[in-house]
Design a protein around this ligand. Sequence first.
Ligand code: BTN
Length: 276
Amino acid sequence: MRTLSREAVERLGSPLAIRVDFHEEIVSTQRRARQLAREGAPHGMLVISKVQKGGRGRLERSWVSPSGGIWMSLVLRPKLPSHLTPRITQAAAVGVATALWSLGVEARIKWPNDLLVAKPDEDMGRKICGILAETGTTNLSAKRLGTGDDNRVDFVVLGIGLNANLDPEDLNVPDREVATLRSELGRDVDLIELLGTLLSGLDVELGRIEDFGAVLDDWRALDCTLGKLVRVERFGEVLVGRAADLTPEGALLLETPEGTVKLFEGEVEHLRQEGT
Ligand code: BTN
């Protein structure tokens, strides 16, 4: 059972780890990767740490990252105009979900890119992996995905936090909201093998980002949001409605009593269906 080490990560030989910045402990791999990207780090640079002391998630929430998880950020330099970079988060979600299924964990995607698992008697799902993609410009401050113009972005930092060899109680989040590979498989996994599987899944999906229809077909097959009643918070506004469909660009079409709203971003909460 291997744990993380620089040598073992480098030996994976992944195109998404062509350069490895390995840490025993760091504040945040995301922060470090953004700094390296601004300084010119190449596509495929991987920043990974056994522990993060100041990991962060979407909306500046903290992301608890003790030893036993995969806490990593990838520097990507996609050849895409900035308005198409949100594709990266959905492709990444498919890549991670595929890797989890190959381990026997039936993860589903909550729009746009949270990975949830649920036992047959659970209808809400517990989060096992979070994905955070941020665009940036070399030597300028980073900006959130999806807000840019048609210019190419210089880089995207794709952060992935996967709860692996941990107990849900290690994460300071209510147990009903969080899952780990250990809680789902009942055993620990070889973290190097897991990382290799994860990087391969990401490499495949990011490699077909220009064929986004195919990525979205796979996204739909793994989805657990469409058809559900959801509450969405977006720019301080709260919308409630049924998640009806995706547009060809992956935006969520939400049917509300006031009409259909197209969402490019937002924090989605699945609501309990009547009678459950
Ligand atoms: C989310 O809110 O769901 C996204 C969580 C992203 C967490 C990962 S862990 C590795 C990387 N470093 C960070 O500080 N955040 C991301």
